[in-house]
Design a protein around this ligand. Structure first.
Ligand SMILES: [Zn+2]
Length: 379
């Protein structure tokens, strides 16, 4: 992530760049600020700037080998630590949740702790660091640097560390090996242990202004309607992540309504209406069609999960659950495979540039056959 992709915070960026250019890189820094202000993306952009081999105009170039690895979060000397849930009797470490973590960061680096919990399917569970994770971090800092440059240990929401766990890290924080940089991130510095704050240099990240969020919504997220932008800015109140999430939820609402209607029309084989749906989707563009098909696949799969778990659909809201309870009887072991295959095939056809109106009309008619098949089998 280049600095220019981080929303606002121009003064912080300038300070960070200046420190690197003056060769004043502190080995333990604490980026702290309110949720959704961008402490994590700033820390990542800072690490990328340090590692970039072709720094230009106060930013990383985005083109050199390290920059490309950073953009994919695959820079081998960029390590992440974050709170997680204890599962079973085995003591996990953060790397056990690396897949969910990377997936979330690829969606947005502005995510908050609630979003992280939902990614872990741990809405009601306590997030924590454990002693095993402290040892894992201590081991990582002694690994040889792959790049030959700096190694970064980014510790997200370090306020979740208990005194006991934090104490295990103190020695490393105080005297890390050469070319090792700790970047600690906190949304709640008051909850931080003095042992940590006293050993780190702090980088204060302030709440974003309405104007910064407004610009981000227009330029990053491509929101066109002024009214929509203003509504999101008001709601976000300086927290970009809130606006980001609301935007996605609204999109999902649109997908949900369309999905329900589409399934009904597929079942009834209302050809005129199905053609209209295909035309509307076609007009909405390929990326939107792919998102819709992704959503449809998720709904179909959840319906069958519901059949086997007596309706305990952890990832469904009440609205989705109500639909699934009515619709799940039409999806069963006899047709689930076929339904998923049809949607997957349509997805890959659309990705491969096949004419979407045809793909979608075809898909609808095949969905009809597959759905009816379940009824005939049951009868
Ligand atoms: Zn670069």
């Amino acid at each position: 992530m280049q600095f220019k992709k981080v929303i606002g915070q121009e003064d912080v960026k300038r300070g960070l760049v200046q420190a690197v250019d003056d060769n004043r890189i502190s080995h333990a820094q604490l980026f702290f600020g309110p949720p959704g202000a961008g402490a994590l993306p700033l820390a990542i952009a800072y690490a990328q700037y340090i590692s970039c081999t072709n720094k230009t105009d106060g930013d990383s170039c985005g083109m050199c080998a390290p920059c490309k690895q950073f953009e994919n979060l695959q820079y081998p000397d960029l390590h992440f630590s974050y709170p997680f849930v204890n599962v079973g009797s085995r003591k996990p470490v953060a790397d056990d949740f690396a897949e969910q973590w990377r997936k979330m960061l690829k969606e947005t680096t502005y995510a908050d702790v609630h979003h992280w919990r939902s990614k872990l399917d741990a809405e009601n569970k306590q997030l924590t660091y454990n002693v095993e994770e402290a040892s894992s971090i201590s081991k990582k800092i002694w690994l040889k640097s792959y790049s030959g440059g700096y190694k970064f240990i980014v510790i997200w929401l370090c306020e979740y560390m208990t005194v006991y766990v934090a104490n295990k890290l103190l020695k490393s924080l105080e005297e890390p090996p050469d070319k090792t940089i700790f970047l600690l991130i906190s949304e709640n510095p008051e909850a931080l242990l003095a042992t940590i704050t006293s050993r780190t240099q702090s980088v204060k990240v302030r709440k974003l202004s309405d104007d910064e969020i407004r610009t981000a919504l227009v330029l990053r997220d491509g929101v066109i309607s002024n009214e929509k932008v203003e509504q999101l800015v008001q709601m976000a109140d300086g927290n970009y992540f809130k606006a980001w999430l609301k935007l996605r939820q609204d999109e999902e609402d649109v997908h949900f309504e369309l999905f329900v209607n589409w399934m009904r029309m597929c079942y009834k084989k209302d050809v005129a209406e199905l053609v209209k749906i295909s035309n509307d989707l076609h007009a909405s563009g390929r990326e939107n069609i792919k998102e819709f098909l992704d959503f449809a696949l998720f709904m179909v799969r959840q319906c069958i999960v519901g059949n086997y778990t007596q309706g305990e659909l952890s990832r469904f809201g009440p609205r989705e659950a109500e639909f699934a309870s009515k619709f799940a009887p039409f999806i069963n072991s006899g047709n689930i495979f076929q339904l998923s295959e049809l949607i997957n095939q349509a997805y890959s056809d659309i990705s491969g540039n096949v004419y979407s109106k045809l793909v979608l009309t075809d898909l609808s008619l095949n969905m009809h056959k597959a759905l009816r098949r379940s009824v005939e089998q049951d009868a």
